[in-house]
Design a protein around this ligand. Structure first.
Ligand code: ADP
Length: 398
């Protein structure tokens, strides 16, 4: 069974075609600058050449058609006809309270995804566009929506309720939702496998640290708390997002600098986080190098980040009562030995200790715990696309 997995943004579209009989990737690629001019990079995994060229992509339907053409072409293809694509899985950012798991896309489901647009005004419209483009081009294959928020729908009300007048929840559904759910779910399952126990029997704290970062407390396979909130700006300081902030800081700066709310939100989303603190970069590789050369603000940005992660892990140890393992994943979690080390060093109180030699590993699934650690520490490369493909296979096969 071949499954096409799609992650549609407002001007981009990432895809992977999986052969789910053996969970291998047949081809993957990225359409960029959709609606502007257009570029397609298509990488087949069967030895055929990579296609990497500017092509006109006026809208998402044209982009999907271009992807299908490449997947089925003699020169760059991996299947012989569109009929060999059995189902399509779409990443959808926000499922609100409607969706606690992935679902077959129907007219009703599309309506519910549309209803969530106010909660994710940048992301859900792009995801909807991707689904509509597929319907137009591929027609009648089953399509499945996999939501970033779904995994966190198991949080108890004490974890998702904000201390504001309750009418805002009742009337507008203002609450913590959490994101990166597909990644937290994937690494949780892998961590349980590494522990050699059923996921129901283990408590895990997963640290997804990339351009966006979030932490999740997972009890018996279910999310019970997570650091992102109503939107992905909350929780940890990130590449350019501020993370948790005393809301009065906004009022203070807006009055001082005469900013309106849109300008203020731009500062908090695009100019804050480790970029804001360091004044130089949102990229942890740059910060690591700068800090090593004595750049104090880069060092401070890294300190603020790792302290925030460690504090949140500490809080989630309380939420869980007992912790079997912590997991590091995504760009920073999988690659930065120094960030993992700085976090682990602050978690000695929980019994976390890592082995410096094992911690040198990059991008592999590995146990980096020290011999005397009471809590295991794992690096687990995330694979959100595989989760999408698995969910799509399961739902489309029903
Ligand atoms: P996204 O959230 O966009 O999927 P990623 O998970 O790819 O992002 O993570 C991107 C982040 O990973 C960047 O901040 C980048 O600096 C960081 N990163 C990648 N490689 C390394 C590395 N070797 N050392 C430190 N940070 C790294």
């Amino acid at each position: 069974m071949n499954i096409l997995v799609i992650n549609a943004g407002s001007s981009s579209l990432k895809y992977q075609l999986f052969d789910m009989d053996n969970e291998t990737v047949l081809a993957k690629g990225l359409c960029e600058r959709i609606g502007i001019d257009g570029h397609l990079k298509h990488t087949p995994n069967n030895g055929k050449p990579v296609f990497n060229e500017d092509i006109a992509l006026p809208d998402h339907a044209v982009a999907i058609q271009a992807v299908i053409d490449k997947l089925t072409s003699a020169e760059y293809g991996v299947v012989s006809a569109m009929s060999e694509i059995d189902a399509v899985g779409h990443r959808v950012v926000h499922g609100g309270e409607h969706f606690a798991q992935s679902t077959l896309i129907t007219d009703e489901v599309m309506k519910a995804i549309e209803d969530c647009i106010p909660l994710a005004p940048l992301h859900n419209p792009a995801n909807i566009t991707g689904i509509e483009a597929c319907t137009k081009v591929i027609g009648n294959v089953p399509q499945v929506a996999v939501f970033d928020t779904a995994f966190h729908q198991s949080m108890p009300s004490k974890a998702y309720t904000y201390a504001v007048p309750h009418k805002y929840y009742d009337e507008y559904k203002v609450r913590r939702y959490g994101f990166h759910g597909t990644s937290h779910r994937y690494v949780t399952d892998r961590a349980a496998a590494l522990l050699g126990k059923p996921v129901e029997d283990v408590n895990i704290i997963t640290c997804h640290m990339g351009n966006g970062s979030s932490i999740c407390a997972v009890k018996g396979g279910k999310s019970v708390d997570t650091s992102m909130g109503f939107t992905p700006i909350a929780g940890l300081p990130m590449g350019t997002r501020c993370g948790d902030l005393d809301v009065s800081v906004m009022e203070f700066i807006m009055k001082k600098d005469g900013l309106d709310i849109d300008a203020m939100m731009k500062v908090l989303n695009k100019e804050s986080g480790v970029l804001g603190i360091s004044g130089t970069s949102s990229d942890f590789r740059d910060l690591d190098m700068a800090a090593e050369k004595g750049d104090k603000r880069a060092a401070l940005a890294l300190d603020v980040f790792t302290y925030s992660v460690a504090k949140t892990v500490g809080a989630y140890a309380v939420a869980l009562g007992k912790v079997d393992a912590i997991v590091f994943t995504a760009g920073i979690g999988e690659n930065s030995a120094s960030v993992r080390k700085a976090i682990a060093d602050q978690l000695g109180v929980l019994g976390v200790a890592i082995d410096d030699e094992k911690n040198k590993v990059r991008g592999e699934e590995v146990d980096i715990s020290a011999a005397d650690a009471k809590v295991k520490a794992f690096i687990i490369p995330t694979n959100e696309e595989l989760v999408l493909a698995r969910d799509t296979k399961e739902i489309a096969s029903k």
